[in-house]
Design a binder for this molecule. Structure first.
Ligand SMILES: Cc1cc2nc3c(=O)[nH]c(=O)nc-3n(C[C@H](O)[C@H](O)[C@H](O)COP(=O)(O)O)c2cc1C
Length: 319
């Protein structure tokens, strides 16, 4: 019988969560992950309400296992998304980028489990006080939008684990069984992986983007646009244009103008590697191949178990 808190909370088999990601995690990825015993998440931040409805319905048809929807709370259609989530009977919601006070009670009154993504102890405590069921603490290594505190996963997880009483999911830089084990040793009950699942057969990311992700080397991701919302992305021509623009001490408006609308879609979904915004985490440097969701989960679990079992006999731990 499983006693892992996250496995129990969600009714899943393994404490592995595939992150909700704009332009990458639709129903194909979420259902494939859920069918493999982990938790798949539909990333609703890039979907119109009608599109989200279709993805939820297809996901429900494709899996009988629990799945979730990720909702960035600053998203303009957040209210309509919440209505869709409730009407369609989605069992779990991961909220991010906004105030957890706004929708947690409403969602919980419909028996929906709510998890909020945070980047600091302060926000973790706030989310806990709003009644969420668990928090994802996401470190600075992570792909996509990042916390202003710039705290790494290695430092954030023990701090949050020491302060909150609700289950804790670690995110940022976790791509395999070793990093999963490390995050759990630091105090997490489960892990959320984004970057690893971008480079996945069922991810809706463009093949050009997936290829660039698995070819990325150490140092190829950059954090930028701190004046807007800090974002970690691949160093491409668009990023270099930002570097040039920063030399002119741009205002927020100029930066917003440069980013424009649709750059993330252009890069990650349509495959324009020159002009697109290519969000990905530092741990992309450790990826070499594109696997299916079930292969990823199997590899992570096998590696997790073998490291856990080896640890006592590993010579480097004997001194
Ligand atoms: C391409 C991409 C898109 C993302 N989109 C979202 C999003 O829509 N909502 C959100 O809460 N987090 C988003 N994230 C962050 C992930 O949910 C996750 O927390 C993060 O990827 C974990 O770090 P890792 O990339 O090192 O695995 C995104 C990450 C990536 C790489």
């Amino acid at each position: 019988m499983s006693i892992n808190k996250i496995v129990k909370l969600f009714g899943i088999k393994y404490p592995i969560i595939q992150a909700g990601m704009i332009w990458c995690s639709g129903w194909e990825l979420a259902s494939a992950v859920s069918n493999s015993g982990a938790l798949g998440i539909i990333g609703s931040g890039s979907m119109y309400p009608e599109v989200l409805k279709k993805h939820i319905r297809k996901c429900k048809k494709a899996t009988n296992n629990p799945f979730a929807v990720n909702l960035p709370l600053l998203y303009p259609n957040a209210k309509e998304h919440i209505e869709t989530i409730i009407k369609e009977g989605v069992p779990i919601v991961f909220t991010s980028a906004g105030n957890p006070n706004t929708w947690t009670k409403e969602l919980k009154s419909h028996n929906i489990k709510v998890v909020h993504v945070v980047s600091s102890v302060k926000f973790a405590l706030k989310a806990e006080s709003c009644g969420v069921d668990a928090v994802v603490a996401e470190g600075f290594e992570a792909g996509g939008h990042n916390g202003r505190e710039e705290t790494t996963t290695l430092c954030l997880i023990p701090d949050v684990a020491n302060k909150v009483n609700i289950p804790l999911i670690a995110a940022g830089g976790i791509v395999d069984g070793k990093s999963m084990l490390a995050a759990m040793l630091l105090g997490a009950d489960a892990v959320q992986m984004g970057t690893r699942f971008v480079a996945c057969k069922e991810s809706s990311a463009h093949e050009n983007f997936k290829k660039m992700v698995v070819e990325a080397k150490e140092g190829d991701t950059k954090l930028t646009l701190k004046e807007l919302t800090p974002v970690r992305l691949l160093n491409n021509e668009f990023y270099q244009e930002l570097v040039d623009l920063y030399k002119q001490h741009p205002t927020k408006d100029i930066l917003m103008n440069k980013l424009g609308r649709g750059r993330a879609k252009l890069g990650m979904f349509e495959g324009d590697l020159i002009n697109g915004e290519l969000e990905i985490g530092q741990a992309s440097s450790q990826l070499n191949n594109i696997f299916s969701a079930s292969e990823i989960i199997e590899q992570v679990l096998n590696e997790f178990s073998s490291y856990k079992n080896q640890i006592n006999n590993d010579k480097k731990f004997i001194f």
